[in-house]
Design a protein around this ligand. Sequence first.
Ligand SMILES: Nc1ncnc2c1ncn2[C@@H]1O[C@H](COP(=O)(O)OP(=O)(O)OP(=O)(O)O)[C@@H](O)[C@H]1O
Length: 580
Amino acid sequence: MDTHDIFLQLTRGARFNSKPRNAIKAKEIHTTEQKECMVLNPKISTKDVNTEKGAQNDGFSSEEEEHTFTYIASMDAEDQKPRSKKPKKVVTPEEKEAKLFEEMVLQLRKENLISVRGKNIPPPVTTFEELKNEYRLSDRLLQNLASATYSKPTPIQMQAMPLLLQGRNVMASAPTGSGKTIAFLTPLINDLNKPSKVGYRAVILAPTRELAAQIYRECVQLAQQTALKIHFQTKANNNNATTGHANKKYDILISTPNRVRFLLEQEPPALRLAEVEWLIIDEADRLMEEGVNNFKDQVDAILAACTNKKRKLALFSATYTVPVAKWAIKNLTNLARVIIGHENSATDSVEQELLFVGSESGKLLAIRDMVRKGLKPPVLVFVQSKERAKELFQELLYDGINVDLIHADRSQQQRDNCVRAFREGHIWVLICTELMGRGIDFKGVNLVINYDFPPSVISYIHRIGRTGRAGRNGKAITFFTQNDTPNLKSIARIIKDSNGKVPDFIMGMKNPRKTERKWLENHAPKREGISTRISKNVEQVKDSNVKSESKPITKKRHLNVDIDKKTNKAQHKKMKLKKQ
Ligand SMILES: Nc1ncnc2c1ncn2[C@@H]1O[C@H](COP(=O)(O)OP(=O)(O)OP(=O)(O)O)[C@@H](O)[C@H]1O
């Protein structure tokens, strides 16, 4: 009988709540949990956070940032008082049972790499049925979870769901692909329960339209038979849910901060959020980024519009940064913090590899070599800009693979077609920019290629997190040249911490200066264009004639080469004219 079975035996029929049934005070449980989180997150213990190593891991080293992390790490200072040297003698059977209960909870969290911070954190659940017994999760939702073939909760769901069902404000981080979406949708849908005429009672924000669309789909599926009205707000469907009566028609709003803030700023406001009881911020660190084009002002404006006293706030992401921690401390009372695994680390289901390719032209040779040896689709290829996405697309288009590209310059229709074609397997290789770097849940991506080096550790974690999801394994290969050294060691450390192989010379490199690292986060390095064409005139004409005769574009490839087809035709015509 393993720990888990004993736990089930001990707690059969027990009513879980923030405190065990008797004697031991939550405070004492909490203090133990406090210690436990230091054990489970060796990388993020208060000490580490304040050292160069801790700061280095998280990329933050300013005093203010360290202070923030220290605050979060020891959120309830008054409970930090060291316990009496001698453990209190357990005298009554109830205290003995409660002590055992506490140890079971700690053991369960340890097994699932769950660490928690905050007061009165309820025990994690091990089955969705426990949520019904303890938190009155509806049979309808249990049925919908079963229909989605979710047999048991993932670690983030084990701990975040009880907290959200208790109505707590939550800041949760868990590896990419670990089920964070269901972790916040389930309690939200259960709490709203059935339609009402008061207007929006929940708002879910995501950084991109693609991710908001994905959350919308998952929400519709999970809310089946509840009759809850869910609205995915986009630029295109502005009118059908924002005028007065429409505002009353819907219960849940899913959109991007941009879109919601735009509607709030209309005169009169085209949205009313006064009844909102749930504000969920997915990819929170992305939405709290400070600096140019930040979402933070938009999120603050939306938070200000959600004036309902019953409002609950939850922040979810695979990575956390100081701006998020600061925002949480400022805006969330009685905050509960949940961390699965090591904070700001890559999921361990992805085999990671760094590949030195010499120079920019070496990247094209390397990816063509991989194609020649046989790629296992579906494959995502990340580049640093839409221009480079177009250049690489033009290069791979005639290499006998079904390739397409997605970036912000393509119309929403083209982006939707592209995502659908990739999901349905018509496209084998999708070239993308950071637009697809977060949250997007493509089932079964086998390989992520970082053709251009990621601009930061955070970007790297999210990019490779497009594979190795929901317990499946994946692979990520990151090309680098001698110009990519500033972030190389930070990313190599992430690989090493996930038991990947990293050449010693890289670990021996000096840490980049913070200013250099910050610069790279916001400024893509200049790179030589992606092209095998040596001279634009001669080679290009010869090259295109050979390719157009020898490799007719297969029907499938027409599926998505729509706007680009015109570009190609125009280029072709130009080349022909040049040749004559
Ligand atoms: N309890 C579960 N059991 C099995 N699969 C699950 C469970 N919960 C969610 N999933 C599946 O796991 C996959 C990843 O879920 P989700 O997209 O929510 O991950 P995530 O943690 O939000 O990832 P990211 O950090 O990249 O946004 C989805 O395909 C989802 O259907």
